[in-house]
Design a protein around this ligand. Structure first.
Ligand SMILES: C[S@@+](CC[C@H](N)C(=O)[O-])C[C@H]1O[C@@H](n2cnc3c(N)ncnc32)[C@H](O)[C@@H]1O
Length: 274
């Protein structure tokens, strides 16, 4: 089924349902999505999500298959659907000639292979996919499998008003749903040109609600020296790490080459390889 990553494996505590008051064909479609994902399907009828979670206490998250998108709903009430988020705005700005500090830091060339090791909404992967062009490769790794699934589906199917950006979204492939270190350890030396990390900052910058939901669902462990050493082995040109200025994260990882705007709170550290 379109948008389900090849690396997808069913996980415990995750189930599928359909939207409220779905038509019969929509219910059948949602059931076929559950089958394709190897997940249990729960009949919805007119039940609110609270009532859906009451049906089985082992279910922690539902994938709600709506007619136009897949919605991830958490037992605590958090909801997330895919949108390229700030990546859409940043790519639009970049296409109009503005500087983007991630792309500055990555120095990508047409045809490069990129790994976004902290995919999230895939907004920064989108910028990279534009920069490497149709001959390039952008792979994503996401620690939260349910999130990676919804993002993979969105990247494959969402139709924004910008056809050029839609085409770029289609070129991003989710290759691993789990910790990035386990993925890097399987990669041969020099498998990618550039590897990017954007781990969560200690405190959220700004009050974007889409980032708040991502923070609820996503993995928070900090980037380690061990992971960075593996990334240096797997990257041919650069490893790029996003951090907040003054957080000390880049110093702790002994990354000294940094780009970013003078006034912004965020910067990108660069490890040059070779
Ligand atoms: C700040 S968000 C990244 C946002 C992303 N750059 C974007 O443009 O949408 C961090 C994401 O990385 C994921 N993550 C954090 N640690 C990870 C790890 N060790 N392996 C894989 N993914 C990880 C989190 O679950 C979260 O989705």
């Amino acid at each position: 089924m379109i948008g389900i990553p090849k690396c997808w494996k069913p996980i415990p505590g995750f189930a599928v349902t359909c939207a409220l008051k779905s038509r019969k064909d929509e219910v059948e479609h949602a059931r076929s999505v559950a089958d394709a994902l190897g997940l249990p399907f729960f009949v919805r009828r007119s039940r609110k999500m609270d009532a859906m979670f009451e049906m089985d206490e082992s279910v922690l998250r539902f994938l709600v298959v709506q007619s136009d998108r897949w919605l991830l709903v958490d037992r605590d009430g958090g909801q997330l659907h895919y949108h390229p988020n700030m990546g859409y705005v940043r790519l639009g700005n970049y296409m109009r000639g503005q500087v983007d500090h991630l792309l500055d830091a990555c120095a990508l060339e047409e045809g490069d292979r990129v790994l976004d090791a902290t995919l999230g909404y895939g907004g920064e992967a989108l910028l990279c996919a534009h920069a490497v062009g149709e001959t390039g490769v952008v792979h994503g790794v996401e620690a939260c499998p349910e999130l990676g699934l919804v993002v993979s589906r969105g990247l494959a199917t969402l139709e924004t008003q910008n056809g050029r950006i839609n085409a770029v979204m289609r070129r991003i492939e989710v290759v691993h749903l789990g910790h990035h270190l386990e993925y890097l350890q399987q990669c041969p030396d020099n498998h990618y040109d550039v590897i990017c990390f954007d781990p969560f900052f200690e405190h959220q910058v700004g009050d974007d609600w889409t980032m708040s939901i991502l923070r609820t669902l996503g993995e928070h462990a900090p980037l380690t020296d061990v992971t960075l050493a593996e990334a240096k082995r797997v990257a041919r040109k650069r490893v790029v790490v996003k951090a907040t200025k003054w957080s000390g994260v880049l110093d702790a990882l002994t990354i000294t080459s940094v780009v970013g705007s003078k006034s912004g709170k965020v910067c990108y550290g660069i490890l040059h390889i070779g």
